[in-house]
Design a protein around this ligand. Structure first.
Ligand SMILES: [Zn+2]
Length: 227
């Protein structure tokens, strides 16, 4: 049976519930549409992969990379922030901000990234780019905030990779997740530290305070199965 990932991530019980299910109680799951009839099935990542491995589900089309690197939910369990980790190749004549804008546009238009109130592109170890998503979204919009990553992530960072591959991507996801985990539970006033002012100015801190942080599986298994 063909299924189509919607790109939407929500909090629900997994409808599939294989042995490896991680959402037997409510947890972040992804919505897929099954053919025929476009019935919505909410499924956790391991169950989705299991269905594909078993050959019961097939994903067609380009919108297969529906996972996000890090998802942050409000206290009310609404998805507020999506973080994607990417490496800027620092090509000559490309301004970092223009690179970031282009990457975000590609993610939204081709990778099915859900349009959440906030989007953070992490070019670790250099910059974090934050957008506040507006109702009428224009994907050419440059980031609302450009933050030097080391001002925020210094204490989580213990290595400087010379190459960027899957392992580095994974460790950066961990760094970002650790930082956000601490942030959502922090009670510090950001007025006290100017380098964190953007967190309160943007409203992001309020939006995710006492919320939860979920690091998605970085596996590309689904993609490999399809190709
Ligand atoms: Zn499941």
């Amino acid at each position: 049976m063909n299924v189509e990932p919607s790109g939407v991530i929500l909090v629900d019980v997994c409808h599939v519930q294989t042995e490896n299910c991680v959402a037997k109680k409510t947890a972040p799951v992804t919505a897929v549409w099954t053919a025929p009839g476009r019935t919505q099935v909410n499924v956790c990542r391991p169950c989705l992969e299991e269905k594909i491995r078993a050959g019961e589900w097939k994903i067609e089309g380009a919108r297969i990379k529906q996972r996000v690197d890090v998802a942050v939910y409000s206290k009310e369990k609404q998805l507020q922030l999506v973080v994607e980790v990417k490496k800027n190749p620092n090509e000559m004549n490309v301004e970092p901000q223009n690179w970031a804008t282009k990457i975000r546009k590609n993610l939204f238009t081709h990778a099915g990234i859900p349009n959440t109130p906030y989007f953070l592109l992490a070019d670790v170890p250099d910059f974090l780019y934050l957008w506040e998503n507006r109702e009428h979204e224009n994907y050419e919009t440059p980031p609302d905030y450009v933050i030097k990553a080391k001002e925020v992530l210094e204490k989580y960072k213990n290595h400087k990779p010379s190459t960027f591959g899957m392992a580095q991507h994974y460790s950066f996801e961990l760094i970002i997740t650790s930082w956000l985990n601490e942030l959502v539970h922090s009670k510090i006033s950001h007025q006290e530290s100017p380098s964190l002012k953007w967190l309160s100015d943007s409203g992001l801190y309020e939006a995710i305070k006492n919320g939860s942080v979920v690091m998605e599986s970085p596996t590309l298994q689904v993609k490999r199965q399809v190709e």
